[in-house]
Design a protein around this ligand. Sequence first.
Ligand SMILES: Cc1cc2nc3c(=O)[nH]c(=O)nc-3n(C[C@H](O)[C@H](O)[C@H](O)COP(=O)(O)OP(=O)(O)OC[C@H]3O[C@@H](n4cnc5c(N)ncnc54)[C@H](O)[C@@H]3O)c2cc1C
Length: 407
Amino acid sequence: MSTSNKSAPVLIVGAGPTGLATGIALRARGVEAIILEADSRDRNRSGTRAIYIHGSTLHRLEQMYPGVGQKIAQKGLIWPTRRTLWHGNEIFSRTYSDPGGAGDLPHFTSLPQSMTESILREAFNHQGGTIHWSSEVEHVEQQQDGVRVQTVDGDVWRTEYLVGADGAGSTVRNGINANFQGEASENSFIVIDVEETPEDPREVERVFHYSHPGVGGRNVLIIPFTGGWRVDIQCNQSDDPAKFETEEIASEMVATVLGERYRSRISWISQYTFKQVTADSFVDAHQRILLAGEAAHLFAPFGARGMNSGIADADGAASAITVAITAETASIAEAEIKRYGTRRKKAAEYNKYAAGKALEHLQSNRLTTKIKKTAAAKLARCWEGAGEWLDDAPYGPRKNPDATQFY
Ligand SMILES: Cc1cc2nc3c(=O)[nH]c(=O)nc-3n(C[C@H](O)[C@H](O)[C@H](O)COP(=O)(O)OP(=O)(O)OC[C@H]3O[C@@H](n4cnc5c(N)ncnc54)[C@H](O)[C@@H]3O)c2cc1C
């Protein structure tokens, strides 16, 4: 194995949405950043994952690099209708006449994560950014005046600042001795991606079923995205999730909840228990290494806080590094990086709380939660507010009292 020594003002580990957004935000501020990515250039990112992109994220991306938010919005899909059913009976439905939002960006859009990543990659390339593919980081070492990074293939990099955007199993997080703290969802969830039937498409609506009678009374969330449908099925605690992951059973469930014509159109099946964790520190002891995205936090996806908050981290990290790199004194630089760690950890704690509220609503066996949901379902027949509460609750609270920390 040959070793080569390289350097860059800023290094980013990971070319997922967080790493790419960090690279774009840094270059937009005139700071040269290079991305090291473990996977090869021709990798296949499986599953649709982060389909729901909040309007605030579209605005943030548009500010980072004009045209990016617009492009994602143009490619994405907006459902005009949201609907909720209770044991097979509709209890809430609302159709919007326009996509809402502010300016010319919608309130949200729905697009497979791989397509968002490809738009971000294209923007980063346009800025002159470089991704070193097949460059897995093995070791990071914090030093007083920078960071030393070693890759599996023997390259040694030196950099002033390093952003760890290397996802849930982050090598960078381990390198700074930060640890995840939190818990996991009690139930497993089966997530199935299904391709649209262009000759006979379904009506574009987001539907939540409390106790779908066709799948043994399990909760089911159906979300449209550009080119298909995502079906999330909440297993009972006594279920063996591996059984539901099989093609045969998944096809049966898809045929029941979406329609017979979708039976053989499954493109991806996966099973999750969702972690609800944040790193105990988002920066290293020397204020040279910053964690962002899933390297720093994991949330259950209800409320779509994962990638959306990863992109907010990216913006915050780029801003802090830009100030630090040009700061006249070391103490100003250190304070700026520390501030990043404090602010983004606070945001992550709120996101964990909000996603936790959604999980509690979905999976809690507490009598009070059950009574509240059943009472709301009965009331919904005569009061729309009760139905709307049941329609909203699976995504957790939306409003953070401290608006600057949202996502
Ligand atoms: C079923 C599901 C649904 C979801 N839905 C939503 C949603 O609707 N909205 C939302 O906002 N979020 C959603 N999420 C979460 C979202 O997918 C993640 O938050 C997002 O992928 C995190 O991006 P990231 O860039 O931080 O990490 P990742 O996407 O994991 O990217 C990390 C990158 O780092 C690379 N890497 C890892 N280790 C190394 C190393 N040692 N050296 C170099 N490179 C390395 C990896 O190959 C990868 O490219 C969902 C997740 C799931 C599972």
